[in-house]
Design a binder for this molecule. Structure first.
Ligand SMILES: C[S@@+](CC[C@H](N)C(=O)[O-])C[C@H]1O[C@@H](n2cnc3c(N)ncnc32)[C@H](O)[C@@H]1O
Length: 247
């Protein structure tokens, strides 16, 4: 820690750096190119939290930590659980911050996923798993039952990345997010990743979370993109995907 400057001055210097970075279009496009090229080597799949894999960049996980610290949600809903590392991450944050539950939704929740997560009994006690499609009425009903009337809710959409599915998720889950809280529309980066021969997917450029979000934001004026988060991350899988509720 420098003794010569105050924290305020330190943060002001950082702001100046972020602005400079945003003006450096060459740096921004190099960063995006690295992300796109490294995706071929499963770069985004190589991280874990408390021993369980999570399919996200450390930069984005750090952004989540900052958002959770700043907003202190009672509930964190995540659609798309995969290996569960990201649920353990959110549960760890709630454990530290004193929130209530993490709700993980996936169409595929095998027994061994539950038993692996349950090894960390303290964190698992904060996790509610819902086995079903994120857009299914019964799933939404179960979510409502868990969160009750709370509006201190953060949502992370990271399941099936087609335009139609994400658009439906946005309509279903945005109303849970109260004023000042965040909805993260995951994997908007897909718009920049060329169609993948090595890993066929139902989504790709023109049909993905970014296109769904663009359509959603035409009519939904309650959520707006937090550009400050984008501006400083440089490497992110969710460009333009960090949304803050204004009312
Ligand atoms: C990208 S992974 C989730 C990664 C996880 N959020 C993380 O950060 O580690 C996508 C997950 O979405 C699940 N999925 C696919 N279609 C779904 C649907 N309709 N509803 C809920 N989950 C779905 C898949 O089974 C898969 O586990």
């Amino acid at each position: 820690m420098s003794k010569k400057i105050t924290k305020q001055q330190f943060l002001a210097l950082n702001q100046k750096g972020v602005k400079g970075m945003q003006r450096n279009s060459k740096l921004l496009s190099e960063a995006k190119n690295i992300l796109v090229k490294a995706d071929r080597y499963r770069w985004l799949h190589q991280n874990s939290w408390m021993g369980e894999p999570l399919l996200n960049l450390p930069q984005d996980m750090f952004a989540l930590q900052e958002i959770i610290y700043k907003t202190k949600p009672d509930y964190i809903i995540e659609t798309g659980v995969a290996w569960g590392g990201s649920l353990l991450f959110s549960a760890s944050m709630l454990e530290l911050m004193g929130g209530k539950k993490v709700i993980g939704i996936d169409i595929y929740i095998p027994k061994n996923l539950r038993s692996r997560l349950a090894k960390n009994a303290r964190l698992f006690s904060r996790i509610k798993l819902i086995n079903g499609s994120s857009t299914d009425c019964d799933t939404i009903k179960q979510v409502k039952k868990i969160i009750g009337k709370s509006k201190k809710v953060m949502v992370i959409l990271d399941s099936f990345h087609t335009h139609d599915h994400v658009l439906e998720e946005l309509s279903s889950y945005a109303p849970f997010v109260g004023k000042g809280f965040y909805l993260i529309c995951g994997d908007t980066i897909v718009e920049s990743i060329p169609a993948q021969g090595h890993r066929p997917r139902s989504w790709g450029p023109g049909n993905n979370p970014a296109t769904a979000l663009r359509e959603f934001l035409k009519t939904n004026k309650r959520l707006s993109v937090d550009r400050d988060i984008d501006a400083k991350l440089l490497f992110t899988c969710h460009p333009g995907g960090y949304l803050n509720a204004k009312s």
